[in-house]
Design a protein around this ligand. Structure first.
Ligand code: SF4
Length: 349
């Protein structure tokens, strides 16, 4: 929501200062979806605000909800006609995590990713980024009022992950601004630790994160632990290879001293062998902060005919192999596949 515009209208109306606070609370704390529903202000002002501005910076085209109620995906139409997607997931009761987009499309062109196939269109503004969370806050409130929160008893968004469409470090100005808005106690009020930023390995961004937001979680979409394979599937590696990424992570650990998650999608016969597990373990050891690195093994969600997910047994065997080398890993539960909202599937369907 455009707070500056709201302030301007209230000033022009000679409203007392506490009016902004009342409206802010209604929208950010209570998830009110329309100015007309803010009962703490006069009907005349509600109508004026409703006529002058909108709470969200996009229109909601559709919301798909998975049959188990644990995930939902929304398609938003931006004011310039572009589309983006955002996903709400409840991995366990009490947690609602929102996966947000930071760009329309993505320039990185990772071969296995649906967003990468679209190519880059434009960066999202900080308002367009944070409004995705505002929308899900409104959505959960509406579900709560209809007693439809089967998957989780809480109606609050608890976590935010920059893992949707786009590469956060290629839109750092707006992404960093949006993190400031998300952690502003007068607005969203998230703790830094409940926010995660995921990158395909833009090393300049890793350094920025350490300096600006050492408490925000960092995840690296690694997926391959040898340069030859990474070059073939992730073009970023030709510019900033595993050696360069390693140095950036070493610097990061010296400053942030926080756990970093290495995302690893399991691709059949591509990166799921015992040798791949050994290469991953060796790479982690070579970084030198093994206790601060955690591998998330992710089942591949079909978006491309050239790739298939490794079987369940292969994923377990890979995890076991990593265990032999004392590498910590988790097999991530795949949610949202049915609604094409799982990892790597966001492509404005
Ligand atoms: S995986 Fe991430 S960085 Fe790579 S193309 Fe997809 S959205 Fe972009």
């Amino acid at each position: 929501m455009d707070i500056t515009k709201l302030e301007k209208i209230l000033r022009a109306e000679n409203q007392p200062k506490y009016r902004l606070e009342q409206i802010r609370k209604a929208i950010f704390n209570y998830g009110i979806s329309s100015f007309l529903d803010i009962s703490t202000i006069s009907l005349a002002l509600r109508k004026r605000l409703d006529g002058e501005m909108k709470i969200l910076s996009f229109d909601v085209e559709k919301v798909l909800v998975a049959s188990n109620g644990q995930s939902a995906k929304a398609l938003f139409k931006l004011r310039d006609g572009n589309f983006i997607e955002s996903v709400l997931i409840s991995p366990k009761p009490g947690i609602w995590s929102v996966c947000i987009s930071c760009q329309v499309g993505c320039a990185m062109g990772c071969k296995f990713c649906a967003t990468g196939k679209i190519g880059f269109k434009r960066n999202l503004t900080a308002e367009e980024i944070t409004d995705q969370i505002l929308f899900w806050r409104q959505y959960l409130k509406r579900q709560e009022s209809k007693n439809l929160l089967a998957a989780s008893p809480t109606s609050h968004v608890t976590n935010v992950v920059f893992m949707g469409m786009g590469e956060p470090f290629l839109n750092w100005k707006n992404v960093s601004q949006s993190i400031k808005i998300l952690t502003d106690k007068n607005l969203f009020g998230f703790s830094s630790r409940s926010i995660s930023v995921s990158t395909c390995g833009i090393v300049g961004g890793v350094k920025e994160m350490a300096k600006e937001f050492p408490q925000v979680n960092l995840a690296i979409s690694l997926h391959f632990a040898d340069d030859e394979k990474r070059n073939a599937y992730m073009p970023i590696n030709k510019k900033e290879n595993l050696g360069i990424l390693k140095k950036a992570l070493q610097e990061y650990f010296k400053i942030a001293k926080r756990k970093v998650f290495l995302e690893y999608i399991m691709l059949e016969n591509i990166n799921d062998s015992k040798e791949d597990a050994k290469m991953l373990a060796d790479y982690i050891k070579s970084i030198g902060f093994s206790h601060l690195l955690h591998v998330n093994l992710i089942r591949y969600n079909l978006v491309h005919e050239d790739f298939r997910s490794s079987s369940k047994s292969k994923i377990y065997a890979f995890k076991k192999e990593l265990g032999k080398y004392k590498v910590n890993s988790t097999i991530r539960k795949s949610l949202g596949e049915e609604i094409k909202g799982a990892c790597g599937q966001l492509a404005v369907h």
